[in-house]
Write a protein of this length. Structure first.
Length: 425
């Protein structure tokens, strides 16, 4: 197996230099191969510590990277044509982007109330934030010369991985659950993925076997507590970069949280902006988990690096996670934020508010706004806040089951329906 040994050259090339342990920041490792099983020195049988990527920050050109759109046509010098609509826009501060993109990123910010903005990640190519992650993880698979990729996913991650694998010409195996929504199953199959619905508890053990026996590159978790792929959360940093370009440094960011990769990426992106001298502070980062699980909430409450919990029934399947990872602890503590949990009812209320604002979101994707709403009078009021919305309502389990009752083409029947909607006197 071979891999790229240098991050490349040129103004648009990656400045990534290596991998660093989150369990012990004094431990570092080469950039290649990606340590998909976490830090080999600090991890134990009970807790797996992730690694993150380090960069030659002193070689970055912040003024050019974060120039207003139009100053450099929205892309840094040396970036490929069309870079404004993809992660190439931020290539120096990302792992080498060796797989072709799909125009991911550059998603809109929608102000739904005065000072409350929604970062709408459903506008990505496969309608979720996972496209930012999978552009980086598929690039890693290309970099190591893997014959394909494998992922264990309830929906968004698998759909995105299948799309980016197809774009790169790689086979993709998706281990999903037996109750995957039919629309998501169709999404996966559309990209030509090998879809394997199995019992939830069997996904990770089978993923390890697929990786070991077939040599496929894992783009999701392999370990006891969550580490995930080290390159993936780097793609999520670009959410923070884009928020910064739109509103500067907000007072707080509310993030739907399953395993905590997006949470960590948003925190790290703002931490890099501070390191580069562009921001004076990092916003408070609030994790917003399903109350049906909440492993990060438990880990922080008990002073643990990660926690395991029993998952209660919930329709928020994308964020109802049985295990957390240390990345989430780093993000919440490092930003002075908090870990919040929200019920399905609170998620539904937030989803309805987003719909009234014209945004159709998955139930899990409404967790950021639900978290903000749950704080009531304690919500941050010292500047704008951003709620990340991660995915489209297309991904919900009930999507496609509702049918509006037909109406007879007679005015009396039409008027009755209009009156019920409050549209006639």
């Amino acid at each position: 197996m071979t891999w790229e040994t240098t991050p490349g050259t040129g103004a648009g090339a990656s400045l990534a230099t290596g991998q660093r342990s989150l369990g012990d920041p004094d431990l570092d490792f080469p950039l290649w191969p990606p340590l998909t099983a976490g830090c080999p020195r600090t991890s134990t049988a009970d807790v797996s510590y992730p690694v993150e990527l380090d960069y030659a920050y002193d070689q970055a050109d912040p003024a050019r990277l974060f120039a207003p759109a139009g100053a450099t046509d929205g892309a840094p010098a040396g970036a490929p044509a069309g870079a404004r609509g993809g992660l190439e826009r931020w290539a120096p501060l990302l792992p080498p982007l060796l797989a072709p993109g799909l125009g991911e990123g550059a998603t809109p910010m929608v102000e739904i109330r005065p000072g409350v903005h929604v970062k709408d990640e459903s506008r990505n190519p496969t309608w979720s934030h996972k496209d930012r992650l999978n552009r980086c993880t598929t690039s890693a698979a290309v970099g190591v010369g893997a014959p394909g990729i494998a992922v264990a996913s309830s929906g968004n991650h698998g759909a995105s991985a299948a799309a980016y694998a197809a774009r790169a010409g790689l086979p993709c195996v998706v281990l999903t659950g037996p109750d995957t929504p039919p629309a998501v199953d169709a999404f996966l199959n559309a990209y030509g993925a090998v879809v394997l619905p199995v019992p939830w508890e069997a996904r990770w053990p089978l993923l390890r076997q697929v990786v070991e026996r077939l040599g496929l590159h894992p783009v999701s978790n392999l370990t006891t507590t969550h580490t995930g792929h080290p390159y993936g959360p780097e793609g999520y940093k670009t959410v923070a970069y884009e928020i910064f370009q739109d509103v500067g440094v907000p007072s707080a960011v509310f993030v739907p949280t399953g395993y905590g990769e997006l949470l960590f990426g948003v925190w790290k992106g703002f931490a890099e902006l501070r390191r580069l001298g562009l921001a004076q502070r990092v916003p408070r980062i609030f994790s917003c988990e399903s109350a049906a699980s909440g492993p990060l909430h438990r880990a922080l409450a008990q002073g643990l690096p990660a926690a395991r919990v029993t998952v209660a029934p919930s329709d928020a399947y994308s964020i109802a996670s049985p295990v957390s990872g240390y990345r989430g602890v780093v993000a919440v503590r490092g930003s002075g934020g908090r870990a919040l949990t929200v019920s399905d009812a609170e998620l539904a209320d937030a989803q309805a508010e987003l719909a009234r604002a014209g945004l159709w979101t998955e139930l899990s994707a409404a967790a950021g706004l639900a978290g903000l709403r749950s704080l009531g009078a304690q919500a941050p009021d010292d500047g704008p806040v951003v709620c990340v919305s991660t995915s489209s309502g297309f991904k919900d389990r009930g999507t496609g089951t509702h049918r509006t009752a037909p109406v007879a083409p007679e005015w009396a029947q039409v008027e009755r329906r209009l009156r019920a909607a409050g549209l006639t006197g």
